[in-house]
Design a binder for this molecule. Structure first.
Ligand code: AP5
Length: 216
């Protein structure tokens, strides 16, 4: 599959993307995960991105496009990919179209996960993420907790709250989403590529996406 996952912070993009990779070996490409790994490594890209990320702002489009041009050419993308958190602005979406055209790749469709704001706030304050950059399993202390001692069920590493999970950063991320990312719903809607899903249970969302994939 070659799909884009759109949705506000905490809508469940990462959770759904991870479940979808089990469907046909398509790879999850999360720009947030790539950036967090770069911040941890203290690479030049990580150093540039850190300030934006910690306050919940978007990293500049040019940096993201440079990163994605390289990533989409890696061999593991040939089987398919799930773009999680990218594109996030109209300029990124326009650049992505050109990039995919150059590489002869056609997207299947764009998934929009619709979740009420109150649910999002609750999910983000209760999320825990595996600290191991090769795992990054997503947990939730209410709906899907890690082990009782707070370690990851998959790899045993500690689970943590992300640096952008302060109340201030969460509210700035939601504002940024409304101003810069939500216009993509209309952008892809006008192109007839958008599929809206109410993100109630992630398993249900995954079955619905698989259903649409079968019928396209
Ligand atoms: P990124 O990592 O992409 O963060 P985000 O979009 O804010 O999304 P999240 O990862 O917070 O949430 P999610 O929708 O994946 O939800 P999750 O599955 O974890 O980006 C971080 C930062 O990087 C950005 O702020 C920006 O600075 C930068 N960045 C990244 N991409 C960029 C780009 N393209 N351009 C510019 N800057 C960029 O679920 C959340 C919680 O809810 C979890 O605890 C989960 O267990 C729980 N949950 C999920 N689904 C359900 C469900 N159905 N029922 C109950 N609980 C659920």
């Amino acid at each position: 599959m070659k799909i884009i996952l759109l949705g506000a912070p905490g809508a469940g993009k990462g959770t759904v993307a991870k479940l979808l990779t089990e469907h046909d070996g398509s790879v999850q490409i999360s720009t947030g995960d790539i950036l967090r790994a770069a911040v941890k490594e203290e690479s030049p890209m990580g150093k540039e991105a850190k300030g934006y990320m910690d306050r919940g702002d978007l990293v500049p489009d040019a940096l993201i496009m440079q990163m994605m041009e390289v990533r989409l050419q890696q061999p593991d993308c040939r089987k398919g990919f799930i773009l999680d958190g990218f594109p996030r602005t109209i300029p990124q979406a326009e650049e992505l179209e050109k990039l995919l055209m150059r590489q002869g790749i056609r997207l299947d469709f764009v998934v929009n996960l619709e979740v009420p704001r109150a649910v999002i706030l609750d999910r983000l304050t209760t999320r825990r993420t595996c600290a191991n950059p090769d795992c990054q399993e997503i947990y939730n202390i209410k709906s899907n907790p890690p082990k009782a001692d707070g370690t990851c069920i998959k790899c045993g590493s500690p689970t943590i709250q992300r640096a952008d999970e302060t109340e201030e950063a969460i509210s700035f991320r939601l504002e940024t989403y409304m101003a810069k990312t939500a216009p993509l719903i209309d952008f892809y809607g006008k192109k007839g590529m958008l599929k809206n899903f109410e993100s109630v249970s992630s398993q249900e969302t995954v079955s619905n996406i698989k259903g649409v994939l079968k019928s396209t």
